[in-house]
Design a protein around this ligand. Structure first.
Ligand code: PHB
Length: 395
């Protein structure tokens, strides 16, 4: 077994792991990222695509903003659509000029990987069997098999568990003696498509309709991303292109909106869940991103929350390495958890306000329409959505 050493061993090369490695590098701290997928898989996986103002600012400030500024689409509002009419939430007016940027997660990952490699960063793709040892001591290590089949041992001072919702690192926090998992399943899922078509709308449309929720999003002027609420047990094979477009038209078209059809080239079903594990630390193991929490996609928060975690974690790790002071490290959970739960609430709230509930007798839908009416007619209500959608400043 060959052995190497670094300051921070990072399990997982998604947004949390790669951004953590990048932020640590800027503070002069070494890390190694272990990722089980190949670089091509990481860079090719289609995920959500909305960056909060905080995420954009952090990328620009840390030298990751070139392509983002060129290719990202800045959005200054969204439309909530119900009762056949659109109601704009104007971020610029309601949040002092803050905005979101549509820039897909895999593009963020491409930028992060390119930058880490240009900076001499150590990312091991295609590793298997990563196992963390002795994370309760001050000499943790990670064993794994690299892409050549060689057994490796990585010794480090701190370990970050950034290995996504199918995490192995979370399991190292004993449950239930130390760890509590908070979990909520939803009786719906999203059917997502990518289509070659012109944009249907200048801004994202979140539509509440009796037939179910629909979301009109975008990727580029030529490629659009749309979603339809479906049953969690539904299958992609049940949906012909015509059926998808018919359903999108029925759920969204109306006053001021008309969906533009095109050629669908990608279809997938996304499951919905809310999840938080507490605490997010055990000894010298720190969880970040989906390894610690999952949000339903309605608030467009998943990647942004992962970035907020590692922003706080990188500052705490910096304090530890520069002044041997672990107070910030040991307060990591307390520092990030309020944002995690606010984001859980926002994502749950947007989801519950906009989706059709399967056994609704009609009361639920009327109640949702009243809630949407109440929120959109009030400046306070619109501000609440806008502030949370663009994201509250990083702590
Ligand atoms: C997306 O474009 O993929 C997207 C946009 C907004 C959401 C979720 C996903 O709330």
């Amino acid at each position: 077994m060959s052995s190497s050493r670094t300051q921070v061993g990072i399990v997982g090369g998604g947004p949390a792991g790669l951004m953590l490695s990048h932020l640590l590098h800027l503070k002069g701290i070494d890390s190694v990222v272990l990722e089980c997928r190949t670089r091509e898989e990481v860079e090719g996986t289609i995920r959500a695509g909305v960056l909060e103002q905080n995420t954009v600012d952090l990328m620009v400030e840390t030298g990751l903003g070139d392509r983002l500024k060129r290719e990202g689409l800045e959005h200054h509002g969204i439309e909530l659509r119900f009762g056949g009419r659109g109601h704009r939430i104007a971020f610029d007016e309601l949040t002092d000029g803050r905005a979101v940027t549509v820039y897909p997660q895999h593009e963020v990952l491409k930028d992060l990987i390119a930058r880490r490699l240009a900076d001499g960063g150590d990312i091991r793709f295609g590793v298997s069997g990563a196992q963390v040892h002795d994370h309760e001591s001050d000499r943790p290590s990670i064993t794994f098999v690299d892409s050549d089949g060689t057994e490796q041992k990585l010794e480090c001072a701190l370990v970050a568990g950034c290995d996504g919702s199918r995490t192995e690192t979370r399991k190292l926090i004993p449950e239930p003696s130390i760890r509590t998992d908070h979990f909520r399943q939803y009786p719906f899922a999203w059917f997502g498509i990518l289509a070659e078509a012109p944009p249907s709308s200048e801004e994202l449309i979140y539509a509440n309709h009796e037939r179910g929720f629909a979301l009109i999003s975008t990727r580029t002027p030529q490629v659009q991303r749309h979603y339809l609420q479906v049953d969690p047990n539904d299958s992609v094979d049940n949906w012909s292109d015509d059926r998808i477009w018919d359903e999108l038209h029925m759920r969204v078209d109306g006053e001021g909106a008309e969906i533009k059809d095109g050629k669908i080239f990608q279809k997938s079903i996304l499951q919905f869940r809310s999840f938080v594990c507490e605490p997010m630390q055990h000894g010298n193991l720190f969880l970040a991103g989906d390894a610690a929490h999952t949000v339903p996609p309605t608030g467009a928060k998943g990647m942004n929350l992962a970035i907020a975690d590692v922003y706080a974690l990188s500052n705490a790790m910096d304090k530890f390495f520069t002044s041997s002071d672990r107070k910030m490290l040991d307060r990591y959970t307390e520092t990030v958890l309020p944002r995690v739960w606010r984001t859980q609430h926002f994502s749950w709230w947007m989801s519950s306000m906009l989706h059709r509930l399967p056994d609704d007798t009609g009361f639920g839908h009327r109640r949702q329409l009243a809630e949407l009416d109440m929120v959109t007619r009030s400046i306070a209500g619109r501000t609440l959505i806008a502030e949370n959608y663009v994201g509250t400043p990083l702590a």
